[in-house]
Ligand binder design. Structure first.
Ligand code: SF4
Ligand code: MSK
Length: 635
């Protein structure tokens, strides 16, 4: 029997991104299915959506009743709380594994740069290297850079492989927050150990006490935020330079009909950094010219692009939900990818538009796709070949090209170091100007708005509406990941966006010349927000622990397990976190109550979920006001 044709949703109900909308319409006309339409065809399983199913052994899978979750238990007797906690824990373990594996790859690259095995890269930010070394009590005075770097490598390696003791980055956590973690027994030892123990404890017949499982969930998530992710960000800055604000063009209008357009998509900066070196090679430039191109147009997408764009002023074409759509332009002469958030379907869409689609990382191959391995010790062999393939495709373009015109300019590349510098630089009377402005009420609080886009929500909509509401209420917004691209496309990452801010925040932005929305980089760079929050606590006036801060976080359109790990490392650190559209938890369970209330009672942050962006903003602002009131600064 033929499958029933699905009723396609109107494009304006799928996205607010004009260029993506234009390409969805074109794809439909071309007969190419994109993930937006598949999301309409494949309805989520209502039991799985609430995480009320266990398939940890072959006595099951065991499905619980979401309407009446305590009516039954699994064949082994596992309760709904055990099942939901175990599933949540495994998502945190997977997300943590993704960030820590990425971080470990960066650390290995750092080691090979120091010992001279990698010659195409060098240490671009020795100052940051010394700063991080000092923060970890490594002696730097009078020592050679290479010796300090080697000590730093050995110290940071503990983040991953240590089996007992505390992660090195615990030295950067505010004392009172660390004290809470020590008391609860959740200070992470090493990421591999925590992920292993999380997987073990959630196997059939092991940990069957949801409160005890929660302790390991928190310890694993902290090994991500204060471990794998933080090392990844710091090492990327040391190797490739700490970002500084730069004007960047974003959206599909950055593609050029008369140039060789190459999209780099994924997460590790090394692929894009190596592509930049290859694209700058005079011989390769000449080849592009000989092929009739006006040059090579290297464009980032998703987090690869975010990580690298502000270091080099590289244009960016859009976020996770636009990676298929950009191929529909027909203007992409090659798309190359490394790890994470790479839809398998990109290969099929690329084939339709005759675009070479190339995987480069041995961890992430795609069936049928060309794989050109990137060897860190000789990366240009891979990236030169990718560009040559793109030039060849440019020369033989067959499909009609339709490049949307829209592009937006915004400012990106705010590290926590730069935020401090921008808001007055040195500390005055013990408080940073950021703290001062929060205490005097010009800035009501700080919000991290981060995370993915998801075809189950209207693309970009919640990100943009939430941020508009927050800045209107004087909340300074810090951004990473696909959320940052949504706001950039909507024109809210430039200083002009101060016009949409409340009077207090607008005054600070206008005085300093900064936008009210500060883009900090890729999803792995959420660690920059942790460090900024730590500095806010350490410099005084806003309480003693991270849980005291008038701050909140939100991932309005999350989709990846990485987002759950990120959300939970913020919650375990003391921050209130709101997730949009759904959370993999069964309603009305004791585990849900622990997430939404119990953790806060124990001194941590807490979770919440909301569907409407104005409701998300309301919850976050109410929390910020509660914290202001507890600090006695609620005038
Ligand atoms: Fe069912 Fe228990 Fe096996 Fe899970 S572990 S599938 S609840 S029997
Ligand atoms: S890429 S994890 S969709 S932010 Fe980092 Fe975007 Fe989320 Fe992937």
């Amino acid at each position: 029997m033929a499958a029933k044709p699905i009723k396609l949703l109107n494009v304006e109900d799928l996205t607010i991104c004009e260029t993506t909308a234009e390409m969805i319409t074109k794809a439909r006309a071309d007969g190419v299915e994109l993930f937006f339409d598949r999301a309409t065809a494949i309805k989520p399983c209502p039991i799985g959506e609430q995480s009320a199913c266990c398939k940890h052994c072959s006595m099951g899978p065991c499905r619980m009743n979401t309407k009446s979750p305590y009516d039954r238990v699994g064949v082994c007797g596992a309760t709904i709380d055990t099942i939901v906690a175990r599933n949540f824990g495994r998502m945190v373990a997977a997300g943590t594994a993704a960030h820590t594996d990425h971080g470990m790859a960066m650390l290995e690259l750092f080691r090979d740069v120091i010992n001279g095995k990698v010659k195409d890269f060098s240490i671009k930010d020795p100052l940051k290297l010394f700063e991080i070394a000092e923060s970890l009590d490594i002696v730097t005075e009078g020592r050679e850079l290479k010796d300090v770097a080697l000590d730093l490598y050995r110290e940071l390696e503990r983040t991953y492989v240590q089996v007992e003791g505390e992660l090195p980055m615990m030295k950067r956590v505010p004392e009172k927050t660390l004290e809470l973690w020590r008391k609860a027994g959740i200070v992470p030892r090493g990421a591999m150990r925590e992920i292993m123990e999380m997987m073990h404890r959630t196997a059939m017949g092991v940990d069957q006490d949801y409160e005890n499982i929660m302790l390991q969930i928190s310890r694993t998530a902290l090994a991500d935020g204060w471990g794998g992710s933080m090392v990844s960000t710091d090492i990327s800055d040391i190797l490739f330079g700490t970002p500084a604000p730069l004007e960047i063009e974003i959206d599909m209008g950055v593609l050029k009909k008369d140039k060789v357009n190459i999209i780099v998509h994924g997460h590790e900066p090394i692929l894009l950094e190596a592509m930049l070196l290859s694209a700058a090679d005079p011989e390769i430039k000449e080849m592009a010219k000989d092929a009739g191109a006006k040059g090579i147009n290297l464009v980032g997408m998703c987090c690869s692009g975010l990580d690298v764009m502000s270091r080099h002023g590289l244009p960016h074409a859009g976020n996770f939900s636009s990676t298929e759509a950009v191929l529909v332009t027909g203007a992409i002469d090659a798309m190359t990818v490394d790890i994470q958030c790479i839809k398998q379907d990109l290969k099929r869409v690329a084939d339709f538009y005759d675009t070479p689609f190339i995987t480069t990382n041995y961890r992430a191959k795609i069936e049928g796709a060309l794989h050109i391995p990137l060897d860190e010790q000789n990366p240009l062999v891979c990236t030169d070949e990718i560009i040559l393939k793109a030039i060849a495709r440019f020369q033989t373009r067959k499909k009609p090209i339709q490049i949307p015109r829209k592009k937006t300019t915004g400012v990106h590349g705010f590290s926590y170091e730069y935020i401090n510098y921008m808001l007055g630089g040195s500390f005055r009377g013990g408080y940073t100007p950021l703290n001062e402005n929060i205490i005097n009420g010009r800035i009501r609080g700080v919000a991290g708005v981060v995370g993915c886009t998801n075809p189950r929500s209207k693309h970009d909509y919640s990100h943009v509406e939430l941020v508009k509401e927050l800045i209107k209420n004087d909340v300074l917004v810090l951004q990473t990941g696909c959320s940052q691209m949504a706001l950039a496309k909507a024109g809210l990452t430039g200083p002009d966006a101060a016009a949409l801010a409340g009077d207090g925040l607008a005054e600070v932005c206008e005085t300093v010349g900064m936008p009210p929305v500060l883009g900090l980089g890729a999803c792995v760079d959420n660690s920059r927000i942790l460090i900024a929050a730590s500095e806010m606590v350490k410099t005084g006036g806003l309480g003693e622990s991270l849980a005291d801060l008038p701050a909140a976080g939100c991932a309005p359109e999350w989709m990846s397990e990485k987002a759950i790990a990120i959300g939970h490392y913020f919650v375990a650190s003391g921050i209130y976190v709101v997730f949009g559209h759904t959370l993999p938890v069964t309603g009305g369970t004791r585990f849900e109550k622990l997430l939404f209330e119990g953790l806060e009672d124990l001194g941590f942050g807490k979770w919440a979920v909301a569907d409407d962006p104005l409701e998300m903003a309301r919850l976050m602002i109410a929390h910020i006001d509660k914290k202001r009131s507890q600090l006695g600064i609620d005038k």
